[in-house]
Design a protein around this ligand. Structure first.
Ligand code: AMP
Ligand code: GLY
Length: 413
């Protein structure tokens, strides 16, 4: 099977790594890729937001499957011309990707499907925003309606700051604050059948102790030993299946990866957000535990034959990933610095996934983004996986870089 992956972050590196280990995959391509992906796939300098260019590349390669990784191309509708050309594609249509592309749309789908989520108002004026903030009280949750690359959500007890964020966005969703631990649960779906993966937890804040600004994610681990038994079945029955059924009922079936960001509150499980693609960095730990070869699963979703698939097999152990970010991330990341020590990290339990990297003129690896690398390790338990991941991080040097030192710490204890 010839597979083309669209994207160039650590999530796509994790996808490419798993696909490269699948004996069914005979050729692996990625556009645009990054310096790490270039070690396992042939990379192509194609604009991932250009549906016509991506379709032309898929045709030229005679790809049997195209996997669209990031939200930007999905929301831009890159999957649509591929499907139109009869090429199996893993990833939702532009219409179905609105589940991530518009928070108001996601709320509407959840209301129609009876999915538990925070109560909310959609506001377009300062007066509406002020009224919504006062209806819920502090802490205030203000979300930009559209895609904002991790910068759209402000959670604050400062009413003026909440109003300021609302004013900076064209349309916002203001909602009740949800307390309790967060869980990321991914499901693969062909629009009808829904196959949940194993839960993971992401660390969204930049600094230890969940301090500092929100980021795309600074680390993750799986499994979650503290999660209630039956969580996956509950979320499948109350969140994932009803959402997939509702989108099919509307004539815009969702096929690809449905990501449920959940809060386990004292009043029950609630959806914080949906994403229309694999999460980053959670994918790094989920795929590190997946034993079933990946390509056949993604192809079954693309072709609508997921119901016939054998149950997925998982490693009983644990996986932990730690993100190495560049100086200044998330506000103003510094790029273009050489990364040393990469070759010393990989062993049978540990691997490095590249996010913002590129190859320099002399073949050296340079930083090229905010989140630069994601060091992922497996172990018999979280403590062992964690120790291995941090041992890997310690071998890498990048001027001014930073990482959290408490990823999976509580879970390991
Ligand atoms: P999102 O971009 O929707 O994932 O939001 C980013 C982060 O903001 C989430 O991971 C939560 O930590 C926080 N957040 C979002 N919505 C809420 C809410 N209703 N209550 C509390 N925290 C929230
Ligand atoms: N890890 C959060 C996200 O992928 O949106």
């Amino acid at each position: 099977m010839k597979v083309l992956v669209i994207g160039g972050g650590a999530r796509e590196h994790a996808l490419c790594r798993s696909l490269s280990l699948d004996p069914a995959v005979t050729e692996l391509h990625c556009a645009p890729g990054n310096a790490g992906i270039a070690e396992v796939a042939t990379v192509h300098p194609v604009d991932q937001l250009d549906g016509a260019a991506v379709t032309a590349l898929a045709r030229e390669l005679a790809a049997d499957l195209v996997v669209v990784g990031p939200e930007a191309p999905l929301v831009a509708g890159v999957a649509d011309p591929l499907r139109g050309a009869g090429i199996p594609v893993f990833g939702p249509s532009a219409e179905a990707a609105q589940l991530e592309g518009s928070k108001a749309f996601a709320k509407d789908v959840m209301a129609a499907a009876g999915v538990p989520t925070a109560r909310s108002y959609v506001c377009t004026t300062a007066e509406e925003a002020a009224a919504a903030l006062d209806a819920f009280g502090a802490p205030y949750v203000v979300k930009d309606d559209g895609l904002a690359a991790g910068k759209g959500v402000v959670v604050t007890s400062d009413r003026a700051a909440a109003l300021e964020h609302a004013a900076a966005c064209e349309r916002v969703v203001i909602e009740e604050y949800l307390d309790g631990p967060e869980v990321s649960l991914f499901a693969i779906t062909d629009g009808t059948a829904v196959l949940p993966l194993v839960p993971a937890q992401d660390f969204k804040r930049a600094l230890d102790g969940d301090e500092g600004p929100n980021t795309g994610g600074m680390g993750a681990y799986s499994p979650l030993p503290w999660a209630p038994e039956g969580l996956v079945d509950e979320v499948l029955a109350t969140v994932l299946q009803p959402t997939v059924d509702e989108l099919r009922r509307r004539g815009t079936p969702f096929s690809g990866l449905l990501y449920a960001g959940l809060a386990l509150t004292s009043r029950g499980t609630r959806v914080i957000e949906f994403n229309a693609r694999f999460g980053d960095p959670e994918t790094q730990v989920v795929l590190a535990r997946l034993r079933t070869p990946l390509a056949g699963v993604l192809l079954a979703a693309a072709e609508g034959t997921l119901a016939g698939l054998e149950p997925l097999r998982w490693d009983e152990g644990a996986a932990v990933t730690v993100v190495v970010a560049s100086e200044g991330y998330p506000a103003a990341p510094r790029t273009g610095d050489p990364i040393e020590g990469l070759a010393e990290v990989a062993d049978e339990h540990t691997h490095v996934l590249h996010a913002g990297t590129r190859t320099g003129e002399d073949g050296e690896v340079l930083s090229a983004g905010g989140r630069v690398l994601s060091v992922t390790a497996t172990g018999a338990d979280i403590a062992e996986a964690r120790e291995r991941a941090y041992r890997g991080v310690a071998k890498i040097s990048l001027k001014g870089s930073h990482h959290r030192t408490d990823i999976a710490l509580k879970a390991a204890q």
